[in-house]
Ligand binder design. Structure first.
Ligand code: ADP
Ligand code: MG
Length: 681
């Protein structure tokens, strides 16, 4: 067997026990060890003088051991080793806890470089548990690894050196030489060596670039192959000249150009030989629902069934009502399936789905329960898909045949990234909002202005409009937070808004209760809705023109944008008031951005900069395999190169079956196998 793929325990200094500890870091072979890339590095190249080092800071010093002191036995399992050292001008005490080996290795009179936190006071300086390097060491930049108990840096370093040696003896590289040169990349073995033991910063960057290239390329190839595979399946094929005039004619508005072209793209897909796999992207309020309705209408006219799946019951019910209004007059039947509808009604829906009587079903993931069978499910639409668990999407797969899939999302993602994240999807974008919309006016105020803010809300209510007050709840299970929201609603109903009808909506309410409140609000039997973030996604009441967000500092930009999208859905001027007494720079920056722009793209980008990619592209949102090296938000240039390369490779060898792509094929499979374990369908 190739020694790179033997059990890691076979390496010198590892053995069974440490092998098991390494398994906790997901390292089973020397090969996997090579991909245990350091988190950061200790750079010993430029030590500073003790007199210049700031107390409390981590720094690198160059010192000579003057005298080793006798060990102090404090108690069982606690021995302290100390040595006095000097940098030629000042002294420092080096302290090691329970580390007789490390202490024994230190030689009086010898020079070392040490990295650690400098502590003590002006007269006496100490450095405890430093990372130690002989002054004469050739390797001056050392890796800082993620560790686990029983595994020290030293153990990993020694094992990695052996693994690199194995690799060097039989250097293998899946990448053809021409490709490597074209993209100015290091050899794989060299990149791995430099990633662990860089000779300087340039090499470290070059190593990272090569490894990130590999990672992105494998990911992109996997996504593109998945898309190609989709095209080998036979779809439910619909008829291109299906009449849609009655649908367009019955709409209460004319569709925007964006909506028109999205519908065209979708209908074209529905008439093709292979199943559609399309993402419909559009900012909050851009009108995605009517596009979905058009697709369902088209399918129904082709005697096929569709399902529209929403992440919450509130949203499912709302979509149900929208589709019912739009489609039933055209003779298309629409049903609702959620967890909380009565068993009898549920059974009726089940039966009509099975017989084919029901054309469209709207619901939560209850749609995809085991006992639901369709006669001919040809189209599946999911709304606000990033809210969906992977499992739900998987369930969808086995309702028979290969239905066309449409996912709708308000998360704005730049195109290159979308290509990577949704590489297996085609994309339609709604760029503009429906005509006549005025940008929402947003103001950030402190609690001192609360009475004026309430007065402002009352003005809107007096004009016959409705409003929301959003109170954050960090933890929907927290009783005291729940209490706070309830008493807030009570106090405004008795106080400032005594003359109006105030409703309350929160996540702990039963689905039926929630629906009753939403229904009352929709029917304008309530003027003001005090709510937690359960209204965050999708809720659509165009008559609502004012939204006040309490403790606005608790929300991220994207969430504020989603919340704000609850107003500005009709033709009247809408307002958003962000209430916060928080005065950190970060919070101020967010409030300013919100006041300045209503453009979802700009806000997403600002969010990316303020919070970093970790949150924005959290794995949960996009369901990609975890990236170890590449950084989707910063490696844009590399991403371009990779996408071009991936296209070229697949053009010549669509299934990666040629000999020169064999190594690449294995890597892609490896990556996507991990992904499957992580659960994406
Ligand atoms: P989102 O993209 O956020 O899901 P919706 O589909 O809920 O947006 O649409 C928001 C509101 O805009 C709805 O009240 C809808 O009826 C209305 N709407 C959609 N398209 C148009 C249009 N072309 N002209 C006017 N109003 C529209
Ligand atoms: Mg929506």
């Amino acid at each position: 067997m190739d020694p790179l793929f033997q059990p890691v325990a076979a390496l010198k200094g590892i053995g069974e026990k440490r092998g098991q500890a390494l398994a906790k870091l997901d390292i089973h072979t020397p090969y996997e060890l090579l991909y245990h890339i350091p988190r950061s590095y200790f750079d010993y190249r430029e030590p500073i003088a003790l007199s210049e080092a700031k107390l409390g800071n981590t720094c690198v010093i160059r010192i000579q051991i003057v005298r080793k002191l006798p060990p102090q036995y404090i108690r069982k399992n606690m021995t302290i080793f100390k040595a006095v050292a000097t940098d030629g001008i000042m002294d420092v005490t080096i302290i090691l806890y329970n580390n007789p080996y490390g202490f024994r290795a230190l030689q009086e009179g010898t020079w070392y470089r040490m990295a650690g936190k400098l502590q003590g006071n002006l007269l006496r300086r100490e450095m405890a548990s430093p990372h130690i390097l002989p002054d004469t060491s050739k390797q001056q930049i050392l890796p800082n690894y993620p560790l686990t108990s029983g595994i020290t840096s030293r153990i990993i370093i020694q094992a990695v050196r052996q693994a690199i040696q194995i690799m060097k003896e039989r250097p293998f590289d899946w990448m053809p030489e021409t490709m490597r040169q074209e993209h100015r990349l290091l050899h794989l073995w060299e990149a791995l060596e430099q990633a662990h033991f860089p000779s300087d910063m340039e090499h470290m960057e070059a190593a990272r670039r090569r490894l990130a290239f590999d990672e992105l390329l494998q990911l992109q190839l996997g996504m593109m192959m998945r898309r190609a595979e989709n095209r080998t399946k036979t779809a439910y094929r619909m008829i291109p000249n299906t009449m849609m005039e009655d649908f367009y004619a019955s709409l209460p508005f004319t569709m925007t150009d964006g909506q028109h072209s999205a519908v065209e793209e979708i209908l074209r897909d529905l008439c093709s030989n292979f199943p559609m796999n399309r993402l419909l992207q559009g900012d909050v309020g851009s009108g995605k629902t009517v596009v979905a309705a058009a697709a369902c209408c088209f399918a129904a006219k082709n005697q096929m069934q569709s399902a529209l799946m929403a992440p919450t019951e509130i949203l499912a019910t709302q979509h149900y009502q929208t589709l019912q209004t739009l489609l039933e007059p055209l003779g298309i039947s629409v049903g609702l399936l959620t967890g909380s509808i009565r068993a009898k009604e549920k059974r009726a829906v089940y039966e009509t789905l099975k017989s084919g009587e029901l054309d469209v079903v709207v619901g939560t993931h209850a749609i995809f329960q085991k006992d639901v069978t369709f006669r001919k499910l040809a189209l599946v639409i999911t709304d606000e898909q990033h809210r969906f668990g992977v499992a739900q999407r998987a369930m969808l797969a086995d309702k028979g045949g290969f239905p066309h899939k449409l996912v709708m999302s308000a998360t704005p993602i730049p195109r290159t990234l979308a290509l990577m994240i949704y590489g297996d999807l085609d994309i339609s974008v709604l760029r503009e909002l429906p005509k006549g919309r005025m940008p929402i006016k947003t103001y950030a105020v402190t609690g001192k202005l609360r009475q004026r803010a309430y007065g402002f809300i009352i003005k809107q209510l007096e004009l016959g409009h409705q409003g929301y007050i959003v109170c954050p709840m960090i933890d929907e299970r927290d009783e005291s937070e729940l209490q706070a929201v309830c008493s807030y609603a009570e106090s405004v109903q008795k106080g400032a808004f005594a003359a109006y009808r105030v409703g309350l909506l929160h996540g702990k309410m039963k689905a039926v209760e929630k629906e009753q409140v939403m229904e009352a609000f929709r029917a304008h039997n309530l003027d003001l809705l005090v709510s937690t973030t359960v209204i965050e996604v999708g809720v659509d009441v165009p008559n609502a023109t004012i939204l006040l967000i309490e403790n606005a500092e608790r929300f991220g930009l994207s969430q504020l944008h989603q919340l704000r999208g609850r107003v500005g859905r009709g033709n009247a001027q809408s307002y958003c008031i962000l209430m916060t007494d928080h005065v950190t720079d970060d919070c101020r920056a967010r409030m300013q951005i919100m006041s300045r722009t209503t453009d979802g793209f700009a806000i997403a980008e600002a969010d990316l900069q303020l919070r970093g990619p970790g949150d924005f592209f959290g794995e949960k949102q996009h369901g990609l395999p975890p990236l170890k090296i590449a950084d989707l938000s910063h490696d844009t240039q590399l991403l371009h190169e990779v996408q071009e390369t991936a296209k070229k490779i697949l053009k010549k060898d669509p299934a990666l079956q040629q000999k020169e792509n064999r190594g690449l094929y294995i890597e892609v499979m490896r990556l996507f196998q991990q992904e499957n374990e992580n659960g994406r369908n």
